[in-house]
Design a protein around this ligand. Sequence first.
Ligand code: SF4
Length: 337
Amino acid sequence: MRYSLHQAEERLIGLGFPKYRAEQVFKWIWQKNAGEFSVMTNISKELRGYFNDRFVIAGVKIAGLQCEGTDAEKYLLELEDGVNVESVYIREGGRRTICVSCQAGCPLACKFCATGLIGLKRSLHAYEIADQVRTIQEKRGEKCSNVVFMGMGEPFINYDAVFGALEIMSSPIGLGIGRRHTTVSTVGIVEGIEALLKSSIRVKLAISLNFADEEMRQEFMPVARTNPLKDILKLAKTYSLKKEMVTFEYVIIKDINDSIRDARKLMVLLRNIPSKINLIPYNEHPRLPYRRPSEKSIDAFFTYLLESHHTVVIRKSRGQRILAACGQLSGAKAGII
Ligand code: SF4
């Protein structure tokens, strides 16, 4: 079924069925991994046949898996039309995180990002985003605790599907993942942040800032030309005050944005916004010229922010070796870059 819960209810009610039928089918698909109607034993045989004649249970298929059984597994997933996306499973202590893609590729072409190199193949539907989580959970035989929208694509240029996926993921009859265990990461699409603010959805919001001045941002992230920093920061402050504290992500790149001068600019820019900073040392990719700063530069940057009373953490990247770390996903088949 290619529907969110709310769409499935509308569709079945429109066909004359009570609302609970949609809930029954939904539970089978999302909680019991049913791939066909025939196994839905609490629905009459006649009705199962009726559904089978009119609906298809669609989903994603595993087409490749790297580093199976380790703390960072990279999944190559195939959509119904043969397009591939990547998802990453990360195990850290008791936490099981799945990083999902919301688009196959990305049209925004941030200069330092491998996903940006491949352009956009297409945006995913809500069920295709949520099914990445269901499929990996089924394969691993365990529930994930956290979901992050940090895979391929920009969530807020596909926000209807992303909001639909959030509904499936958070619903107690869907995947049942708490919204506060879900993080949506955006490069700062003003319209999308506004939509999230207005909605009743309460997820964690991460904004991939990366540069503290507008000019540099626009040079490395073309999307910044139509999404000004001042608007992003204003919305971020409102989000922190009204919903959840915002996290700013800063991918720190050697000789590009790793100086103490850059750290100072960042400190000044964020000083009035209740927020946390995630420093992400750049993950190198063979097709891109950018480099990871030395540990000494990363530490100096981190210490400067910390001493300026910012909450700052250095994010450990899992999966660098298999190009599964942040900014490295490019739909490459196992072993082929
Ligand atoms: S960083 Fe995000 S928005 Fe920019 S190109 Fe990569 S996937 Fe797209």
